[in-house]
Design a protein around this ligand. Sequence first.
Ligand code: TMP
Length: 390
Amino acid sequence: MKKKFLNLGLQPIANSFLKSKKKKEFKYNLSIGFDTKNYLVSLMKTVNPKKQYTKFYAHRASESKTMREAFKTVATNLKKRFKPKLTMEIGSNDGVFIRNFKKKEIISIEPCLNLAKITKRNGFTTYPKFWNKKISKEILKKHGLIDLIYSANTISHIPNLNETFLAIKNILSNKGVFVIEDPSLLEVIKNNTYDQFYDEHVYVFSAIAISKISEKYNLRLFDIDLSSVHGGSIRYYICKKDCSYKNTLRLKKQIKKETRAKMSKFSTYLKFASRVKKSKKDLIQLLKKLKKNKKKIISYGATYKSTTIFNYCNLGKYIDYVIDTTKNKQGKFTPGQHLKILKPEIGFNKTVDYAYLGAWNFKNEIINKEKDYIRRGGKFITHTPRVKII
Ligand code: TMP
């Protein structure tokens, strides 16, 4: 049974950056629940994917150096370990993963038409579709069974997890491996990164939950990798139940860690919810104090995650504007709070005293890049693992 533990209030679609402040926005209630039977943490109510994954989808995975390098390493390691004849990626974004493969060795699925166009133009077989039973049948008929199915930051976005797994089970070859990569729930709880909850993140997975759902479809979670991307993610390796892959020590260790953190208990999530409320109070208090002292505060990175924070904490009145390197976010306004998004070349100037790290998951990359800002006394603010000035 799914029990609600956190209410993050009325929220807009996290990726709906506005051309004009006047546009009427769709809003929904962002509440999160825990299923005591299968240990899944998920949104209580989901948004229609057709509203989210449109031809205007803003996020371009290949724009960050961290992500380009991370996907290159993953692709190299997966090819070396599993030697797949045919690989399929679900949710290929702008091709940041598939570009590490030969064109005839990989096919991809991407429902956002602006992104699917990019990989198609670059010569990759791309299906501009949502992942479901129908498309899995179409692909099976055309390409046969698949040896390696990879999906980063996508499976957690699909509301119907049962259909997702069923479709995977039907298309995965007998020795095939299904690899998914998503933010880790243990890291969210440890670091109080409640902004990992937004409309697209229907689920935030744990190893104990992925293990349970795999079992349900005669599949088996046999290995995991821990990765630092997106503030701490887990790469899950899943095979058919009777396949010869042995369950690894790394997996056993993760299950132990999650069990020790009491992630199968509802009370853990209630405690997390009280820490979230405190985080909101602390962040507002800090920004209020800085504003009183006439400090200029901006936000660094117009991330989807910061949509949750900005709207839950109502931060519009404390933050002057947001800077972001993504061209199709620049000149627009943030969802809900309507803060202007500027190019860093314009907005990250000498008048800035404090920059809230909206893109906290790229903290190291940003701090390395912004040495001049730090040298002249500029400071960063973060809410993770607790509200503080860096
Ligand atoms: P993400 O957390 O959803 O991947 O989004 C990160 C956003 O942060 C993306 O819009 C790009 C932006 N960003 C910057 O503006 N400057 C930077 O130095 C980095 C690393 C990211």
